[in-house]
Design a protein around this ligand. Sequence first.
Ligand SMILES: [Zn+2]
Length: 97
Amino acid sequence: MYISNITHFLNESGDIPKQIPEEARELASFFALVVDTTTKKNNPFLASTEIRCFNDNCEGIIESELVKTKKEIHWICPNCQNEGIISEWQGTKWDNI
Ligand SMILES: [Zn+2]
């Protein structure tokens, strides 16, 4: 389970820094994409995104939902059970609400 405060992955300008390790960058880009898609849909129940799971050898498509009571985004891969929670996404560049 990934518990992620997305602001921890961003620089002062609210961007994903270019000078961080590739693995961290990929993860940060994944979280940004999940925030972008989920806040566009604004769905309170798990729904499919078009985002591929980042686990090696997994072909799953991520599902996500906006947990309104906790103001968090919950995502899960139905294929490998890779799962996480993203917080502090409000006001980032990928917040479409
Ligand atoms: Zn997966």
